[in-house]
Design a protein around this ligand. Structure first.
Ligand code: NDP
Length: 288
């Protein structure tokens, strides 16, 4: 079975769009996401375009702030702080990576946690690990939705996550743990990656290296989620999993493109709506 992320993401966006129409009529304003991009990295520009397109589809308000690659860190932090204070804005997204002269962690920590639609702020990370209500990073959230929609059984199953980044590997491992999977996290120092992967009922691969997983590393019938986004020399978009050899062995698999990518964007819409709802609830609580 091919897990059609594009279709699942589309359904989610339609649902959000309907909810936004109702909420806008009730509260007199739409959710608002401001997106900040620094420089003109083509991959980042393309991601940002997709995100803006999705906000428009869902009926959100928002502003795209394009800053030159030479912008100072102080100026970028000022732009973020202005939006933290601005009642119009529900969500702030700064497209990563940033130019080398800007401290990415400082930028992440400057975004107000309640407007942190990416879920990267330490306070959201802590809340996730403490099982408190948190803004959870979009890609891991999207992976769980893909697994749920494809009828994956979680409880008692062995999930292997390859990759331990803060934005994908670690949070998806935590979410799978919360679903009562037994979770193994593999990484570049894992001694026998093939043996570890072969144990997986659910295999999530977030490495950034094409073909790191091949068919003989996949347990027959396993569900394989390929997070990787890589460009071949000929410009073709491929994942981390060798699709040709893995698909015949897997019980279910996500394609690249059309798997995790679209879900990351629809989950960004979900997180923006969540920030909006939380701000409305807090405002009405403060007014009473
Ligand atoms: P990082 O570079 O931050 O992390 C990569 C991880 O892979 C590291 O933990 C590293 O191990 C591990 N790794 C590297 N080589 C190997 C190897 N040979 N065997 C096992 N593990 C290895 O990447 P990200 O998590 O940010 O992204 C991973 C991929 O997912 C990228 O292709 C990225 O573009 C894509 N991505 C896709 C998204 C989507 O929406 N579809 C969203 C976010 C990312 P170690 O820690 O030991 O160095």
């Amino acid at each position: 079975m091919i897990i059609d992320g594009k279709q699942i993401a589309q359904r989610q966006k339609e649902h959000i769009r309907e909810e936004v129409a109702t909420l806008a009529a009730r509260y007199g304003r739409k959710p608002c996401l401001d997106v900040i991009i620094v420089g003109e990295n083509p991959a980042s520009m393309s991601y940002v375009r997709s995100k803006i397109k999705a906000t428009e589809y869902c009926g959100f308000d928002g502003e795209l702030i394009q800053l030159p690659a030479s912008v100072s860190e102080d100026e970028l932090l000022r732009v973020i702080r202005e939006r933290n204070e601005n009642d119009r804005v529900d969500g702030i997204l700064v497209q990563l990576p940033l130019p080398k002269h800007i401290n990415e962690q400082r930028v992440i920590e400057t975004i107000s946690p309640e407007k942190d639609v990416d879920g990267f702020h330490p306070s959201n990370v802590a809340r996730l690990w403490l099982n408190e209500d948190a803004i959870v990073p979009c890609t891991p959230l999207g992976i769980i939705a893909l697994l749920e929609q494809s009828g994956t059984v979680f409880e008692g199953r062995h999930a292997v996550v390859v990759g331990r980044s803060n934005i994908v590997g670690k949070p998806i491992a935590k979410l799978l743990l919360d679903k009562n999977c037994t979770v193994t996290i593999a990484h570049s120092r894992t001694a026998d990656l093939a043996a570890v992967c072969k144990e997986a009922d659910i295999l999530v691969v977030a490495v950034g290296r094409p073909g790191v997983i091949t068919g003989e590393m996949v347990k027959p019938g396993a569900t394989v989620i390929d997070v990787g986004i890589n460009r071949t020399d000929s410009g073709k978009l491929v994942g981390d999993v060798d699709y040709e050899s893995a698909a015949p062995v897997a019980g279910a698999i996500t394609p690249v493109p059309g798997g995790v990518g679209p879900m990351t964007i629809s989950m960004l819409m979900y997180n923006t709506l969540k920030c909006y709802n939380q701000r409305i609830t807090n405002l009405s609580r403060n007014n009473h």
